[in-house]
Design a protein around this ligand. Sequence first.
Ligand SMILES: Nc1nc2c(ncn2[C@@H]2O[C@H](COP(=O)(O)OP(=O)(O)OP(=O)(O)O)[C@@H](O)[C@H]2O)c(=O)[nH]1
Ligand SMILES: [Mg+2]
Length: 386
Amino acid sequence: MIYLVLAIVVVVAGLGVVVLNRRRSPELPPTRPQVTIARTPKPVAPSPPAMGSVAAPEVVEPEVAAPEVVEPEVVEPEVAVEPEKPRFRDRMSKSRAALVGVFAGVRGRTGITDETWDELEEALLRADVGVRVTNELLGGLRDRVKSKEITAPDALLEALQAEMISRLSGADRVLHFEPGEPDSPNVWLFVGVNGVGKTTTIGKLGAAQVALGRTVLMAAGDTFRAAAAEQLGMWAERSGSDLVRGAEGGDPSSVIFDGIEAASARKIDLVLADTAGRLHNKSNLMEELRKVRRVAAKGKGRVTETLLVIDATTGQNGLAQAREFGQTTDVTGVVLTKLDGSARGGIVFAIETELGLPVKLVGLGETINDLVAFEPAEFIEALFSE
Ligand SMILES: Nc1nc2c(ncn2[C@@H]2O[C@H](COP(=O)(O)OP(=O)(O)OP(=O)(O)O)[C@@H](O)[C@H]2O)c(=O)[nH]1
Ligand SMILES: [Mg+2]
């Protein structure tokens, strides 16, 4: 009997030890909290696993639940950040720098003196406003000073600013787009001398038009330069536009004609036609441009804009170009590029007053977002702001 009781005690004690061991052993390996840390979504530089660690395989085991932790973090950066349009004020530091010092000097005097007029004249000419416009602007102000309507330097500068804004108002700066039959695309043609920014402008404008909900096809009418079509192709891809290109050295008119026909067949709204840069005094190349213009109007498309691209850093030189191009292709407006790198923003006045061409778009940098509609008030305020 005693043996029987002893035997029962031994068996029960043995079972207790087994149960206790079973309970403890699963607690030994690291449990959930550590596993979650191991699943941190951003892969950290792998640290070497603890050598010879017995617990290692057990840490790896519970990775099944991982996706739930990872997903939200990966998706987050994909949310598109709406890029802001650049502001004249922020990008026109060079043009402004040429003027603000003068304005400060004018303000610093107690009255309006001969030096005041000399300094203003010099500053406006240096900013490439042009002799004619400078004389007209200052002539009008002199009269108002003589009649005592203006007496203080501050008021003089305010009046100059208002006068400059008013000279630029009233121009038609709209990019003309005629809605019509779906197989009759609008065609906007880009012309200008070498390297002014035609292709880049097409790229930026294509992106803006696509954002407006229009479908766009780019026609690589620059068959002269080997890399020109590739360059335009890159912009087409970036902006979500179609591309039509021809053989290198081919006839630019036929590439643009083919582009317009393709756009018509695909019911695309707008064709942006690139052309090779050319000097305005090369008559054979200007004749080629005349043909491009004529042929573009022949098929299904409607040429609703011919935009002359002018580099703002070339200043008054751009005027001579504009005259020649205007006579050749019926230019409807100007795109003034590289205003961000130019101290000669005043060229806008010469272009508009002396040539009667509206500046419609302005390039304020090299990226896809750096093309803006020309806003006279914002432009002049940027020149005067300190
Ligand atoms: N800073 C600045 N650079 C610009 C602007 N527009 C164009 N560019 C630069 O000007 C250079 C020439 O631009 P393109 O678009 O190739 O000029 P293009 O008129 O097509 O040149 P060609 O086809 O050779 O006649 C490139 O480096 C552009 O990035 C602008 O508004 N600001
Ligand atoms: Mg080009």
